[in-house]
Design a protein around this ligand. Sequence first.
Ligand code: BG6
Length: 512
Amino acid sequence: MNSLAVTSDPRSGISKKNVRIPEPCIVVIFGASGDLTKRKLLPALYHLDQSGLLPDDFAVVGVARRDLSTTFALDMQDGIIRDGGVEEDDPKLTPFMDRVHYFSADFDDDARFERLKSYLAAMDEKFGTKGNRLFYLAVAPEFFADIIARLGMHGMTTPKKGPGNWVRVIVEKPFGTDFESARKLNDDVNAVLSEDQIFRIDHYLGKDAVQNILVFRFGNGIFEPIWNRNHIDHIEITAAESIGVEGRGPFYEKTGAVRDVLQNHVMEMLALIAMESPGSFEAEAVRAEKLKVWRSVREIEVKDAVRGQYGPGSVNGKHVVGYRQEDRVDPDSQTETYAAIRVEIGNWRWAGVPFYLRTGKRLGKRVTEVKIVFKQSPTHLFKTGSNDEEIQPNVITMRIQPNEGISLHFGTKVPGPTTNVSQVDMRFSYADVFGQSSTNGYERLLLDAMLGDATLFAHRDGVEATWALFTPLLEAWAKDSNTGFPDYAAGSQGPIGAIKLVENDGRAWREF
Ligand code: BG6
């Protein structure tokens, strides 16, 4: 435990053992006036700098439409302090902020793209960044293809010749809205960039507790032998949020819970839980195993899926409005804010084991977790007598957030002259062992992209495979407007239909 504690830096959350520092580069963030840049990206870059993981020759350029040249750096500093948990008088803050700059451009203005090119070249002179670029597209999905095309047209996607020179592009999610659009976007992007230049980000993969799924499964000897249909009854993956749409009404109206969270964050967790051990931790090996899982998922039938939408209710003791009353949301909206599905993976390891997946906004609690529910003990030895608590199945809970950790649920004898059984939990908590971390997951992903390591990023095949799974369901839902929305109260556990989905199989969701 100690050796781990000293080799990982709590600010970046990244082990400093065998650490590699990226080549000099400029991180160019498109859509820099949005929340993500201030609240996540700049704090993450700063944490990396604090931990000595950025190259000395480094700069950040924010790009957006508005003219923010006088306020941008100050605004970003505010984000680093407030969202990054950094002290105002941190000695590295001023030198870091000196390297943060802003360039205004309309995303369809060729003249400005040409100017951007010379602006970045001037930054290279000033900061010694050698022409290396990490473009980050933190923009609405409809701009991805155009921005990449313009970067290509203006000669900004070709790295300088020679070793250590690179240009890479990170693209935020959602990557497409269905199978066809994802394929078209992949084609458009790959027309300009080679696959090893494109980093499709899913910030869940930057979370330590998500990465820990593979460490837990394959870095320990005792779990893998029982990680299959012989011992596991079913698996639940829950990504529940208590927040609503947070001012993102127009985005969410077009997106909904399946496209926003299920097709990406939840499917990534499913793959890590279900995949075979890769031959190495190289990008290609890991992605190949994940792809096999997605391609083995049986077709999702409409009867195995439930959608819901929140009405007014109370969350954490506060009255909140329903989805249809949110800012810039259609008062008759049919967009789902909740989705639950039952999937089966048709391979030898998992055949017959249901995976119940659910996600939703404005639920009673914020919790993301995976529950591995094992088969019940076959004996009835401890069911009777004065003991009214039945033996329950063993459950491994992998808590992704908040209170990251892992617990094992099992029955134990209560001390005393009778054989009474009580259910207890053995817990590991990240905070207790490693201390609180102020990282947000983007540290690891930004660093990996600067290093050219795509292990924790999605490949085009993976994105298309997950869209292929959800597209028939989304199309069927789109044709059927008989939703009965709203159908769950804000602050509840979700719609009744989701409870029935699991009850019909003779099971029940674990309450969150
Ligand atoms: C984003 C979704 O990808 O993930 C948001 O667009 C959602 O709607 C968020 O709130 C959840 O991320 P986290 O890290 O807070 O669980």
